[in-house]
Design a protein around this ligand. Structure first.
Ligand code: NAP
Length: 366
């Protein structure tokens, strides 16, 4: 009981959806956070969380007891949230991007930091788009964001799209080691849980591959530029010296996005042995700070020629590691490899929780 009192009460906007359910699952027994507020659309509001997700709970563990009895609020009820929690994870869908932007700003204005999975604010230039292993230093723009909007303790931090989590950290590790990558071609094989619940109709996805995911190729090509970008005068300035070409497909896998990646270097090229050593020894801020959800080994290289595979590798390091394999020469670019990450853990709720743990460690959330 003494321990429970010290935890930070958190809210989840969109708690009934695919990502929200993953938050509820991952936050059970979390050492720093406890779920104190759950919110969704008016359809789910006013009833218990257990009733709201009855028949559509998709996690493979039971609904945590504490969450089951919480009353679901409308996500627009900022006052109720401010009474019950210290910050919110935002993983909701709404009709328009502007509605989500406005809602997330309302939370920040009410003094609640917003750790968002939604794409609405990813391109707001004073909002960091964070992968803690890659661009933890982008948190330094938070004071400028707060000053711009006149917010005291509230702010917004986003995480990038789930499609790029598998290959951005391996690319960053190579660039951090001093190699310049200037060309990337990536073909993603994305799991159906990435489409939310109920997601893609079974008649569309069973025995099939769908060669189009609305908006996904643009995000996969553009978001890494902001993540790899620099901070200047309170804004994030995206990189322009890397070209990424993406093709995104939906495949009949439940969880785990795979990416087939080709890369080209400008100037000096590492050897395959150097690349594997750079990946295997890569550690960054979350590991240095020993954050509770940080994978001890953020990039795992599998030597077997038939790995990584979604079913066998998505849960490596509790779903928080990127698993890479099949590094080989590319006759068109320099190298090609396969990368995999769990889309609703590292790519969504787990990544959001890691962002929040970093924000606590860096004293942005107190
Ligand atoms: P989802 O399963 O469709 O869940 C949507 C959530 O939003 C539900 O809780 C829903 O509540 C709520 N909602 C819908 N309309 C609303 C409204 N008008 N007002 C307030 N709440 C509303 O979607 P998801 O896959 O969890 O995705 C949620 C967000 O995370 C999206 O922005 C998505 O782009 C992002 N994301 C998803 C993934 C992934 O792998 N799935 C990965 C990264 C990022 P009801 O249950 O009451 O309808």
């Amino acid at each position: 009981m003494a321990n429970r009192k010290k935890k930070i009460p958190v809210g989840i906007l969109g708690a009934t959806g695919m990502v929200g359910q993953r938050y509820i699952q991952l936050l059970e027994n979390h050492p720093l956070f406890e779920v104190a507020f759950v919110a969704a659309s008016p359809r789910s509001a006013g009833i218990s969380y257990a009733d709201a997700v009855a028949g559509r709970w998709v996690m493979d563990t039971p609904i945590p007891v504490v969450a089951a009895s919480l009353t679901v609020y409308e996500a627009t009820d900022v006052v109720a949230a401010a009474d019950r929690c210290r910050f919110v994870f935002s993983c909701l869908e709404m009709d328009t991007k502007e509605q989500i932007q406005e809602l997330e700003r309302a939370y920040a204005a009410a003094g609640l930091p917003v750790v968002s999975n939604a794409s609405a604010h990813r391109w707001t230039s004073n909002v960091p788009m964070l992968i803690p292993e890659v661009n933890a230093e982008h948190l330094s723009i938070i004071p400028a964001q707060q000053k711009h909007y006149g917010w005291k303790s509230g702010f917004i931090v986003t995480k990038p799209n789930c499609s790029l989590q598998s290959y951005v950290t391996p690319l960053h590790a190579l660039m951090r080691a001093g190699y310049s990558i200037d060309r990337v071609m990536v073909t993603t094989l994305q799991a159906i849980s990435g489409a939310g619940y109920p997601g893609v109709a079974s008649l569309d996805i069973i025995d099939n591959v769908v060669p189009f995911i609305n908006g996904e190729e643009e995000k996969t090509e553009q978001e890494p530029m902001k993540i790899f970008g620099s901070i200047d005068d309170g804004h994030c300035v995206p990189r322009t010296d890397i070209t990424i070409s993406a093709q995104c497909t939906r495949v009949p896998v439940i969880d785990g996005h795979t990416a087939c990646v080709n890369i080209g270097f400008a100037g000096k090229k590492p050897t395959p042995e150097e690349i594997k050593e750079i990946w295997s020894s890569f550690r960054a801020k979350p590991q240095e700070l020993d954050l509770p959800s940080a994978p001890r080994q953020p990039i795992i290289y599998r030597e077997e020629e038939n790995h990584p595979q979604p079913r066998k590798d998505r849960n490596n390091e509790k779903g928080m590691a990127v698993t890479v394999g099949r590094l080989r020469p590319c006759p068109v670019f320099d190298y090609k490899f396969i990368a995999l990450s769990h889309n609703t853990i590292r790519g969504a709720a787990g990544g959001g929780i890691l962002n929040a743990e970093l924000l606590v460690a860096e004293k942005f959330i107190r």
